[in-house]
Design a binder for this molecule. Structure first.
Ligand code: ADP
Length: 259
């Protein structure tokens, strides 16, 4: 794969926290339109990679070229506006708020304070509010149609899997080019995970050109939905390839056994 085809090209990426090197001269690429699985033992740097890629942390060294431009040094807001969105390992939903409010909050974190405030004072800013309602409705229609009729119900009334769907919708609100999912199966049963993965594959078919990177420990999830995998250990890439290739790789087996 040439640099041109890659959506993301990472080179020499290093992230240090004091004396600890969480990412160590990492080189990798993410292809346009692929579902890439990010694997590795606990503490191998997977979440740190997401945090650097989304601008939460500034890399100590190295470069991340996304869609032709450098990411390192940009603010999370800039990177979000350029089309990179994520979900977090732990739910960030506000349970008493409605589905609609929770999804729109995603945008708020990246926009002017005033607009969101005004969204809560609906009548005064009817046009903006209506535009958001239309946008959220369209998204739910793509991702999870049964949620449309319940979009003004509080999130606390929803099941775990629906809450996870709502979080994915929140990330998709900006219609990102790159969607980063941090352990989407966490806290869910096997069947719920399968259903969520079906939804994610389905949405990928409908949203043109969406590239997905997911951190995941469930090997059956990785096998089922990824086109390609990259394995980290101690902040370095130790293997890449299809699920079959990486699971057969002795380096990968050693990394997991050595944990
Ligand atoms: P993974 O997601 O693969 O489990 P992480 O990226 O969370 O791994 O962590 C990689 C290493 O970086 C760990 O040793 C972790 O303790 C350390 N680390 C991550 N974030 C911070 C931080 N904000 N400050 C200090 N150390 C951190």
């Amino acid at each position: 794969v040439t640099q041109k085809e890659a959506l993301v090209a990472v080179s020499g990426l290093t992230m240090r926290f004091g004396g600890l090197t969480a990412l160590d001269k990492l080189d990798l690429h993410i292809n346009r339109g692929e579902v890439l699985g990010l694997l590795g033992p606990n503490g191998s740097g997977k979440t740190t990679f997401f945090n650097v890629l989304t601008g939460l942390y500034k890399a100590s060294e190295g470069s991340i070229v996304y869609a032709g431009g450098e990411v390192v040094g940009q603010t999370p807001q800039d990177i979000y506006r350029r089309g990179v969105a994520r979900t977090f390992q732990r739910s960030r939903l506000s349970l008493p708020l409605t589905v609609f409010d929770n999804i729109v909050i995603g945008d708020y974190q990246h926009m002017q304070h005033g607009l969101f405030f005004n969204l809560f004072r609906r009548k005064a800013f009817r046009a903006e509010y209506d535009a958001y309602v239309a946008k959220v409705e369209a998204l739910l229609n793509i991702f999870s149609p049964p949620l449309v009729s319940r979009m003004f119900e509080p999130v606390e009334t929803f099941t775990m899997i629906d809450r996870r769907r709502i979080e994915v919708c929140r990330a998709l609100l900006s219609r990102p080019k790159l969607l980063l999912l941090d352990e989407p199966s966490a806290g869910m049963t096997h069947d719920e995970t399968e259903a969520l993965m079906d939804d994610i594959l389905q949405v990928r078919g409908k949203l043109d050109d969406l590239t997905i990177v997911l951190i995941e420990h469930e090997m059956n999830v990785i096998e089922r939905i990824t086109d390609r995998c990259i394995v980290f250990n101690y902040g370095k890439k130790i293997a890449e390839g299809t699920y079959a290739e990486i699971t057969a790789d002795p380096n990968v087996q050693t990394a997991y056994l050595g944990e």
